[in-house]
Write a protein that binds this ligand. Structure first.
Ligand code: HEC
Ligand code: HEC
Length: 246
């Protein structure tokens, strides 16, 4: 008996076994390839993931943190490290307990004073006058503690910092000292503080537009209500009034 290809049943079985063996080998090879392929991917992913995790801690956060809000570590890495990492110009080296012991012995107040105002080859604020005093103090604490001291790093956004950075607090302060004069009683047709209906009409074009109009001034409303501070602060005052009139 033969089929249309002229093969005997015995031959057909041989061919079938051959195909099965080929398939098994091929699948095994593909599986191996796929596995090692995934391994490479996993490695790349890990490298990328590590880099992504390291970056915010190392570089970017030092510069991304708003001014005045950098931690001691961030200030150290951004500024103080350039000398203190290697002990440049005779600076006490980071983490060197022996070099720091006599310094720490001078006491927190004197160290802070020297870091703020300079001391021999140590420039005032490490040469970065834009650092806030608290940022310098945090860096002193960070460096001192890395060498065995027990300083308390002034908290970032402590009571003072948090209040200064919170737009609601800023807005209220400006409202109380400037805008209230007209907006509390609705002088000269000013929309009254807390008057939902009056503010709803004003807010129709959206808060951005309202801020723009008020920044320029409108009829009896002087430019920025007469406020002389920054646009961002003025906006905080507008938002404070708006949020309390909804
Ligand atoms: C340009 C190099 C340089 C930079 C940048 C620098 N320092 Fe220094 N720092 C020095 C040197 C040099 C000394 C040692 C001065 C000495 O004892 O005569 C020193 C000493 C100090 C001391 C010990 C002061 C004392 O009374 O013994 C503190 C604290 C200090 N630095 C903090 C800082 C901080 C915080 C920063 C970053 C904001 C910083 N330094 C950045 C060079 C630098
Ligand atoms: C001298 C009085 C006066 C002071 C001070 C004042 N305003 Fe006004 N303000 C007005 C008057 C009047 C209007 C209404 C103007 C109109 O529609 O003709 C007004 C309107 C506004 C509006 C609505 C603008 C719009 O698009 O309709 C905003 C927002 C506003 N003021 C914010 C402020 C803020 C914030 C301050 C404080 C920093 C402030 N004003 C201080 C008088 C004042």
């Amino acid at each position: 008996m033969s089929n249309e290809n002229g093969m005997a049943p015995g031959q057909i079985i041989k061919v079938l076994v051959g195909v099965v063996v080929f398939l098994v080998v091929a699948i095994w090879l593909l599986a191996k390839l796929a596995t090692s392929g995934f391994n490479v991917d996993a490695e790349v992913m890990t490298k990328e993931a590590v880099a992504a995790r390291l970056k915010p801690v190392g570089e970017s956060k030092a510069s991304d943190a708003p001014p005045g809000m950098r931690t001691g570590e961030q200030v150290y890495k951004a500024i103080c490290m350039s000398c203190h990492a290697t002990g440049l110009a005779g600076s006490p080296k980071f983490g060197d307990a022996a070099a720091w012991a006599p310094r720490v012995g001078k006491g927190w107040d004197m160290l802070v004073d020297h870091a703020l105002h300079g001391f021999n080859a140590m420039p005032a604020k490490g040469g970065s006058p834009d650092l806030s005093d608290d940022e310098v103090k945090r860096a002193v604490a960070y460096m001192g503690n890395a060498a065995g001291a027990k300083f308390t790093e002034p908290p970032v956004g402590g009571a003072e910092g948090a209040a200064a950075a919170d737009p609601a607090v800023v807005g209220k302060k400006i409202y109380d000292s400037v805008c209230m004069a007209c907006h509390a009683a609705g002088v000269a047709g000013a929309p009254k503080f807390g008057d939902k209906a009056a503010w709803a009409v004003r807010l129709k074009p959206g808060i951005d537009e309202v801020v723009k109009i008020a920044t320029k001034g409108l009829n009896a409303m002087p430019a920025k209500g007469g406020y002389t501070g920054s646009d961002a602060e003025f906006r905080a005052a507008v938002e404070y009034m708006v949020n309390n009139s909804k």
